[in-house]
Design a protein around this ligand. Sequence first.
Ligand code: GDP
Length: 705
Amino acid sequence: LMHLTRKLIEIRTMLLSIDQSDALKLPSIVVIGSQSSGKSSVLEAIVGHEFLPKGNNMVTRRPIELTLIHTPSTGGREPEEYGEFPALGLGKISDFSQIQKTLTDLNLAVPASEAVSNEPIDLRIYSPRVPDLTLIDLPGYIQIASLDQPETLKEKIAGLCEKYIREPNIILAVCAADVDLANSPALRASRKVDPLGLRTIGVITKMDLVPPDQGATILTGNRYPLHLGYVGVVSKVSGKKARRENTTDVVLRGESDFFGAHREHFGSSSSVMTGTDTLRKRLMEVLESSMASSLHGITNAVQLELEETQYQFKVQYNDRRITAESYVAETVDALKGRFKEFTSQFRKPQIRTKLKEMLDEKVMDVLETLYWSDKRSAELAALAADPKVKPEDVESYWRYKLDAASSLLTKSGVGRDSTLLVADGLRSLIDSIAAGEPFTHHPRAAERLIEFSHMILRDRIGVTSDQVENCIKPYKYEVEVDEREWEVGRTQAVQLFEKEVGHCEEKLKELRKRAGGSRRLNGLIGYVKELEVKEKERSQKRLALPSEDSEATSDDSKDLVDDYRYPPAQILDARHAMLYSDRIAILKLRLAALKSKRCRSGPESDLFCPEAFLNVVADKLAYTSTMFINIELLDQFFYQFPREIDSRLLYDLDRREIVEFARENPVVRRHLDLQERKDKLEEVMKQLNSLAMLRPEAAQTAPRR
Ligand code: GDP
């Protein structure tokens, strides 16, 4: 028979971990009583150890779910006694004073402002000296809250007890013999939910404090009858003896001495139950029969719950099972896959194009500062247009100019700029991966991903930019250009200029639209030019006549008024329009030159066609930079990154961290939860069915699967 209780206690523990709804609950014994009624002493006598928190300040602040597991001796050897807090992962604790300390800490951790908490502490005790039982110890009822306790404490405790003494639980109502039963809050609370006392056992403590005949009368239960009866106990420790021996042994001996000494009152009548041993047996019987009668109902409830869960699992997940480990592995694979996919953007041709674009801009800047702003550039154009002029005939001024342009380009920090450009690309690639699914659910992993990829980049940037700079060094002194390269450079310059012309025209169009048509824009431009001419005249006049002149002053003020004919924003637009038109004019002139016979003739015309020459230089720089960035930065990064994922991202996690990681993703968490619920219910159902097999009369009532 004990087998049943034990099994059902296991099942009860499993069901508690599935959910807290009343439908799936197997009975437990709930211990209630007022403060100092001797509740703790009774529980400790049952367990045979002192393990509950002691102190004047209310010490039980959370319910204690106490599961006692009987461990039979094997081959004459007594198994070790120990306790366990499954939720804390502290392992086996064989020192019961350590259990007491842990319980005290857990209770004191409840903030004083709350005073009691609904969250139970799960404690299991394994011992050959305990029966298989589940007991729930609740905070003792109080009469009035002391000064440092919240006003509502009394109600809070009563509410908590009320929640636990509901069906199907068994109520162990602890009352002290020296207090009138009419004043027992435990009996009062139990009568509310169990008026006939069908599931209430009375425990009368401190039997030694009242005359034996009075005690015996209480135990007969005539005044407040309980179907399950009263048990009288003495669980007081006498201080002197306790210090010498195991306290609870002393208690039990004292108890049997006491009842033995008053045999005339307690010995004969079978309706009077006394002693902790009797209480223990009584509790076992009551729990056993209560469990047995719950078996049928719980089996049905679990069956229903299981069917619903199986259905949900089928519908929502098509019966697909996952594990936290498989999720981690998939995440890592997907990450590597995404990374690989993205790296196709970092092949040599793409890098070369990117670098060339950056260098094209530099070329434009160089041309602008050295050539287009030079008033003599028209002279060069004239020379170029004259077929009789040979390169040797051209002034060395232009030779110096071309050399300067080439150096400006090669010495502009190409190594650093090109390396940073590519590194920035990699960085934003990783950032975008880290900002996407599923890393939105895993902020810590995303952070780590960014951290180590940046670290690899930081490590490589210095080396790479030095290496690139070193390799382009020769171009700083001389750039040799062959026919084919020249032609490529020339065509690219043509394309670049055409693109730039297109871009400027686009801008002009926008400005025209904003001004309200080309006539209005031209009007604006005319006005601005007029202003410029006036401005020039005025400054010349000022140079000629430095002294104050009344006529000039009045003239100035007239102009000032004139200045406000158009709003400043429009004046600014007109100035931009002028810049764009000038640029278009120059670009078109140079385009004509680039397409001329002179420029087509080959590299010896470099003096006349600096654009083509600089393009060749930019091409060579882009090519060389790409080659070394590829070796020093990209290859290294692509090699190291997946390895860092393996060694740093998730592989150093232990089992608990893996589960934690997987559960950060709400989709995975729901999947795991439902799957776990289904597994547990299946296991519970299996166990319930095996119990039904053990008990033929239950087998008939248990539903078949
Ligand atoms: P709780 O507050 O209900 O847990 O009560 P305790 O178990 O801490 O007991 C309160 C006080 O009553 C303690 O001082 C105990 O030593 C004492 N006490 C408990 N049981 C007995 C008993 O059977 N006889 C006597 N004389 N005192 C007891």
